[in-house]
Design a protein around this ligand. Sequence first.
Ligand code: CA
Length: 229
Amino acid sequence: MRLLLVEDNPRLAGLIRDGLRGQGFAVDGCTGLADAEAALQVNSYDLLLLDLGLPDGDGLALLRAIRRRRDTTPILVITARGGLDDRVSGLDAGADDYLVKPFQIPELAARCRALLRRPGAALGTVLIGGNVALDTAAREVLVAGCTVETPPREVDLLEHLLRRAGHVVAKASLENALYAMDAEVTPNALEAVVSRLRKRLAATAANVTIRTVHGVGYALFTPADGDHA
Ligand code: CA
């Protein structure tokens, strides 16, 4: 697995690089936004570790740029900013996870492995949650092996929820994923798509549940998530 580390503090960057290499990851290092963009142009990475306070700008700008081009590479934000607002804006901008400095290398490595295990991350094109499968290339939804006719917007929604099954996906990040930059999005548009997808799944034998987390977003649970479902 190849990782790109964007961190300007040389001591911390060295520690992370050595620590993760010791755990079997290949790690490329960058110290700012410009060289990170350059590295992303040439190489393909399975995971991005991104500091926010960088000498040539804010890591969130890079995060947004990556998500704007529909690049779904998992991104783990590592930063000293630990305030709730910072966390929320990092997650809204499309980060998959957030680790506040200081942290221990084993925890960082565990988070990286968790992100890389996620369905779709650097793996095949079929996402599976419970008895629901989504072929991301054919845009086809199957429940217990049978095709379920599903409109494109609901397929997009299901894809994003399946990719983060068991985790809450922020409303803003779903809206970003579902609607073009210039689209007029009414306040309940997303809610309506969620409700249609729920009904569609309920009409089949689907064993996944889409939960509303009020004021935050939505989460899809499978039987494997146990207590939460
Ligand atoms: Ca920094």
